[in-house]
Design a protein. Structure first.
Length: 431
């Protein structure tokens, strides 16, 4: 589960308290400790030993994670409570409780979890740490990837805005738009790399672009504000119920126009503009009756707008689906986002569209980059303790902060391997 940067300090403070309290929040400690303290607040368990309570807590957490797979919506409290009660009544020691007492305890538990998550992160994302985890607080171990990304951004700018490309008469030999996709697996440092690009590249000696880091969803935690410059609020466009592209286009792109206004209002400012879109898979989903990738296509068209400044976009995510929206695909689906109607009526405002795509950027030499910060090991240390910091930087960072345990690791594996499928606990355990 996601925890805040204050976890370690707050956990120490919580351990010093003599009397348990039922008004617990996510900031106080990790999940298992939270469940232990909850159980201590219940009359049936206040005399139990801590080791036993931790064992009970692991059972609750395991069953609750299975409930979340069935009911990810935070408003489904009654269904969660009923399902969790049904699961716990067959598990020791909860099978020894009167059913009414078990129902009352579960109801109280669900209420506190709901209140806790309302002030931290959405329950559907509790299997990973927040996207801002250790982004602003950790230095890069090397600059190889940063230089590679910066060089590729400059090459894309040069190729797209070259006279050869813009004046090319063959559609198949012309680039679609000034953008490329950065695809890499979870926990490999994509967000960290974009953050460092925004932080360091505008201050470099030979190139000083105007850079904005954009998260393609609403803000979910205060810490995200220290990392991202803007949050796209896409669902509200679906709620508008407008099917006319001419009306949707300005509503979607107004946020981007406002974001780059400090540069574009000055005709003499020819500074390059780099827009970094993180979690870009939010742009590729199906919204209402709109085809898949509707907002992605809108932004792609906007990128072709003629302006004094060169603009390039980087779309980052974990799925290759991002790089599949070629112009051929638009024609097959008869999508009007890159529309013949819209473009033909205002062709003077846009560079001609093409069919070529820029290669996907995948450089991420970060596996093992935190090995120098590993916790000292002894001959009694497990193979896991010795090797964890040689893996993905996210998991190494979580281990260093003592935020990896059997429960959080199981949750991460479920999300990465099952991709949110509603697999029940028995299926997961037996397969």
């Amino acid at each position: 589960a996601a925890t805040t940067a204050a976890t370690a300090t707050a956990t120490t403070a919580a351990d010093q308290q003599q009397q348990p309290t039922t008004n617990m929040t996510m900031e106080e400690t990790t999940d298992l400790d939270w469940y232990v303290r909850f159980l201590k607040s219940q009359d049936q368990f206040k005399e139990e030993q801590d080791d036993d309570l931790r064992s009970y807590a692991e059972r609750i957490d395991s069953e609750y994670n299975d409930v979340l797979m069935l009911y990810p919506n935070s408003t489904a409290s009654e269904m969660k409570g009923g399902t969790l009660t049904g699961a716990l009544k067959n598990v020791e020691p909860f099978n020894k409780m009167p059913l009414l007492d078990l129902k009352a305890m579960v109801k109280q538990l669900i209420q506190q979890i709901t209140a806790r998550n309302a002030t931290t992160v959405n329950t559907s994302e509790r299997t990973f740490v927040g996207i801002d985890f250790q982004i602003a607080d950790t230095d890069l171990t090397h600059n190889y990837d940063l230089k590679a990304l910066a060089n590729y951004v400059r090459r894309v700018l040069a190729k797209y805005y070259s006279t050869e490309n813009l004046n090319c008469q063959e559609t198949k030999d012309r680039y679609i738009a000034p953008y490329f996709c950065f695809i890499q697996s979870s926990g490999m440092g994509k967000t960290k790399l974009l953050y460092e690009f925004k932080k360091q590249i505008p201050n470099s000696k030979n190139w000083k672009p105007f850079v904005k880091l954009i998260l393609c969803r609403k803000q979910k935690s205060p810490g995200e504000r220290s990392v991202f410059d803007h949050f796209l609020d896409l669902p509200k466009f679906e709620d508008m119920g407008r099917s006319d592209f001419e009306l949707l286009y300005p509503e979607v792109t107004k946020q981007l126009v406002d974001l780059i206004r400090p540069v574009t209002t000055n005709d003499n400012n020819h500074q390059d503009i780099v827009l970094l879109f993180d979690e870009a898979h939010y742009l590729t989903g199906t919204f209402g009756k709109k085809k898949a990738g509707f907002f992605f296509r809108i932004i792609r068209l906007w990128l072709r707008t003629k302006r004094n400044n060169r603009v390039v976009a980087v779309f980052t995510g974990t799925t290759s689906k991002l790089s599949n929206f070629t112009f051929d695909d638009d024609l097959k689906q008869n999508i009007t986002t890159d529309t013949r109607d819209h473009v033909s009526s205002s062709s003077d405002n846009f560079h001609e569209r093409g069919e070529k795509m820029f290669d996907t950027f995948c450089t991420s030499t970060t596996v093992g980059c935190l090995r120098g910060r590993r916790v000292p090991t002894t001959t009694a240390s497990s193979e896991y303790d010795k090797s964890i910091c040689y893996g993905r930087p996210l998991f190494a960072a979580m281990q260093l902060r003592k935020e990896l345990n059997p429960t959080t690791m199981q949750n991460i594996l479920k999300r990465m391997l099952l991709l949110g499928l509603n697999v029940k606990g028995t299926e997961w355990s037996n397969n």
